[in-house]
Structures are given as C-alpha cells and as structure tokens.
Design a protein around this ligand. Structure first.
Ligand SMILES: [Zn+2]
Length: 368
C-alpha cells in the first residue's frame, strides 16, 4: 500500500495499531518484526512502518539478532526502550506529605521527592501539588510523557476531584490546575484505582479481572474487569470501606456505626493492638475475616481472579491475609474460588506512585 493510501487510514486505527505494537512489546524482552506481525495480526508492512516510526521517536530500539539459530538471515529483535520517556507521578494519599517520583516506563524510580503538607487544605494544598509536579518535571533529564496523580476521594475521568473531604476539595479541577503548571498531559485518578492499574500493568501478566484493596487510614479498592478499570456511574466503584460489618459497632468517621473501616483500617487495628493483654493474632484475624466477608460477593459477582492487598506488611501479611482468604472461600462456591488468588502487593510502599505511572502509560501510549 502506498504512503498516500495509508493516510486514508482513520487516525484512531493508526493510533490503536501503534498501541497494539507497544502493548505487545511491553510484555516481552524483544520480538522480531515477523513475530510482531503474527502476535498482533497486523501485516508485516504495517508492522515495519509503525516500528520505524516508533524507532524514530526513540520508543523502540533494535536489540541485536534473534538468538534462535534459524537458517538464513538472522532477524533483528525489536524491544521497547523504557527510558524513551519518563513519567512524573504523585501520591497525595499520605495526608501528612505529598510524595512524588520520576519513573521510567518500566516503573523504576529514577528520582523521588516529597514535601510536607503542613496541614494545608483546599486551594493552598492544590498549590503545593502543582509546585511539586512542576519541580519534578523540571528535574527530569529525559522527555516527560505526562504527569500521573493518585488522589484520595471521588475523582472523575476528567481529573476533577468531586469530593475529598479530608482535603476540603469539592468539584476541584485538579488535572486542569496541574496542567497550567507543567507543559505535559496530566491524568488524575483515585488512589486505589491508580494502585489497581499498577497491579494490572506491572503485576502478574495476563490477569484481567482483579481488585486491589488498600488498607491504610481508610479502606478503598480499585476494580479491574476485562482489563479495564471499573469506575461506576458516580466514579465511586470500589468504595467498600463503609460497608456495614458490625451492627452497633464503633462510630466511624462517616458518622455511622460498624463500617469495615472501624474493624480493618490501620488506625483502628493499631489502637486495638495497643490494648493491654490483647492477642495480635485475634485482632488481625477478626479484621481479615471482616474484609473477606465484604470481598466475597465482589469476587463472586465479578468473577475476579485475583485480590491484591496493599498496606503495612506487619498488618496485612500473615494472619490478616490468611483469614481474608479463608472468609472469601467460606462465603463462596468452590468453583468461584478454585483458581482464585489473594496476595500482598509486591510494591506496597509506592504502589500509588507506580499507579500514576501506569495511568500515564495507559492514557498516552495505550499500554494497559
Ligand atoms: Zn463509615
């Protein structure tokens, strides 16, 4: 096909073919053009043209001949260049500080930076967020693909924080504000949703149906079904922290009693562990069981393959994890949990930062 003929291709087809190639290369160490054509179903001509464009952009590089001892001319392997662009990512979920990082496309931290919030809220806090984003973009020595932000609260797909009570943010255009401070695209997601994207993009490959549960100051989750983030009609999907688990239980910050958070969020667990004469295993088992009961219908209804827990390892690993798993199994049909897996996140400490990178990589390159 002539170059002119190719121009007739709708722009979105061109873009989706490019994403398809990038996505395929992201999951492997290197592939020949012929293997890429087979894996993607695109013609070899299309593959070559897209690879040439990507090479000109620096996004892919040739990584030497294929090691397979084939007869004839050895084919050159094409690999993604993880340092073609860097991503600036921010995690706003720690409350006392804003943390940020520069990462490469593989999610490796190139530089980390955090600033205290000093109790700032509202517009003053947003100013600090913008300043941190701008400082990191300026600091990067490699082209920046975009800025990704994981924020607490309800966040819509336009990067408007509909509500983050602790920050006194209501219908605040966070992505637009950061965009005025940096010369690159900006994407904002709820922190648990960002973490779920991290588990999907940088976790075990091939898991298309998973929930990432963050056990922190509160409890939130991000749910991915069929490879796509579930946001729900009001962008509140995954908000499991205030599901009632104990009728007449302790008063929650939401004003009601007996929510999952007052049983299984970190401050409440720490408070109980500090009580004299209490057995840590009893507290952690009780919390894990409560979480498992809330997750069982989610796992069953959505057919999830995997639940990933992120939180302080001394709390979520061990008894807590075991009892969560046992409760999910106890409340489900065997066929639902046959191949089901629950585990602790590999990079629990910076999973929201990794999620900011996953968000940018998905939105800008179509790698998801
Ligand atoms: Zn509550």
């Amino acid at each position: 096909m002539s170059r002119d003929g190719e121009k007739a291709l709708p722009e979105h087809t061109r873009k989706s073919n490019r994403s398809l190639i990038l996505r395929t290369l992201f999951r492997c160490d290197g592939m020949s053009r012929a293997d890429l054509a087979r894996a993607t179903g695109l013609t070899r001509v299309s593959v070559s043209r897209i690879v040439d464009d990507l090479a000109a952009e620096g996004l892919v590089r040739e990584s030497g001949p294929s090691p397979e001892g084939r007869v004839g001319k050895p084919s050159t392997l094409i690999a993604l260049n993880p340092d073609a662009y860097h991503v600036v990512t921010l995690d706003l979920s720690a409350y006392a500080e804003l943390s940020g990082a520069i990462m490469n496309l593989d999610g490796e931290v190139v530089h980390a930076m955090s600033v205290p919030t000093d109790g700032a809220r509202g517009a003053a806090l947003l100013d600090r967020v913008c300043a941190l984003a701008a400082a990191l973009v300026k600091r990067s020595t490699v082209r920046v693909l975009g800025v990704g932000v994981g924020s607490p609260g309800v966040v819509d797909t336009e990067g408007v924080v509909r509500e983050a009570v602790a920050f006194d943010w209501h219908d605040l255009e966070v992505a637009a504000a950061i965009s005025r401070a940096v010369p690159v695209p900006v994407h904002v997601a709820n922190d648990a949703n960002a973490a779920a994207l991290a588990a999907r993009t940088y976790g075990q490959p091939g898991v298309d149906n998973l929930a990432l549960v963050r056990i922190g100051q509160g409890i939130g989750s991000g749910v991915i079904v069929g490879g796509a983030l579930v946001t729900g009609a009001r962008f509140t999907a995954g908000e499991i922290g205030h599901v009632l688990v104990e009728e007449g239980g302790a008063v929650c910050r939401c004003g009601r009693r007996g929510c999952l958070e007052v049983v299984a969020a970190v401050p409440w667990i720490r408070e109980r562990l500090a009580e004299p004469g209490v057995s840590p295993d009893t507290v952690l088992a009780h919390a894990g069981r409560a979480l498992g009961r809330v997750l069982a219908p989610v796992v069953a209804a959505l057919g999830l393959e995997q639940v990933v827990l992120s939180g302080p390892p001394e709390i979520v690993a061990g008894v807590f994890l075991d009892e969560t798993r046992a409760a999910i199994e106890h409340h489900s049909l065997a066929i639902v949990t046959d191949d089901f897996e629950i585990r602790v996140a590999v990079r629990g400490d910076d999973i929201v930062l990794l999620g900011g990178t996953a968000l940018v990589v998905a939105e800008e390159l179509g790698i998801r």
